[in-house]
Design a protein around this ligand. Sequence first.
Ligand code: NAP
Length: 284
Amino acid sequence: MGQAVYGLIGWPVGHSASPAMMNAAFQEMGEPAVYGLFPVQPSRIEAAMAGLAALSIRGVNVTIPHKQAVLPWLSDVSDEARFAGAVNTISVDADSGRMSGHNTDVSGWWKSVSDAQKTPWEAAIVLGAGGAARAIAAALALYSPATRLRIAARNVQKAEEIASGFRDKIAIEAVPWEKRCAAIEQAELVVQATPVGMWPRDGESPVEDAGCFHSGQVVQDIVYRPLETAFLKLAASQGAKTLDGLNMLVHQGAAAIQFWMKRQAPVEVMRTQALAAVGGTPAH
Ligand code: NAP
């Protein structure tokens, strides 16, 4: 038996930290496996999916723009993927070629915040209404349904779409972008899930008033380049506990390994490699 092949399907995939992180994990686990990058143009996703089993590829992560396009190819999808309406991890059965889909952003995000606080969250707010925001709403609906969740987005219609999809599972409401500061003040858990503040525009923050934050809050930015975003600096200046986006990246990768190999992943080794790949020191 040669090495089992895993990888990341997306367009583009060039700047991903995943190969360094996942190959370090495989090595630490003694798994004869390799993780590579598969740049797949949008027009070629069908051909790529049709070829996975034929090429004996054992599993892939899926990123923008393919997270929904892969759904028709899957024999089954997990609750996490169904709730999130998107798949970021696919396992290919070596014998039958059947493919199963999962969304490890859901459990990966949940692990990244539940490591920071063990008691249940009463009130949470997410900034942004894209794929990551939807995965976070899915996580709270699945693992913490007593939390009251607000979603603030510059396009409030998109926040409303997410809210209406989850209303039977969790108390959830959309908040207009202009009212985000007051809504942040009222939340114990604040999650920044827009690309604002991401390198190279790392001076920018989706919130400019430090008065929105206070001590006792946990404030996470899921952007991980840079680790300490302008948004997190503002929250830290008011005594809030801050969490950078690296733990979510590491835990979604660890959950993918668990899904593929039914083995626990070496989280610390992965964190060290991911940190080196994004080039920084943690914000906390
Ligand atoms: P996405 O689907 O493109 O959604 C982005 C959201 O941010 C949309 O609601 C968008 O609003 C909003 N947005 C964009 N620019 C904005 C601005 N200038 N002001 C206010 N809102 C703005 O992206 P995604 O997949 O959710 O990812 C969001 C971020 O999270 C990215 O930076 C990504 O790298 C990061 N991420 C990190 C992890 C991790 O493991 N740490 C995992 C997933 C994602 P419109 O719809 O109006 O454009």
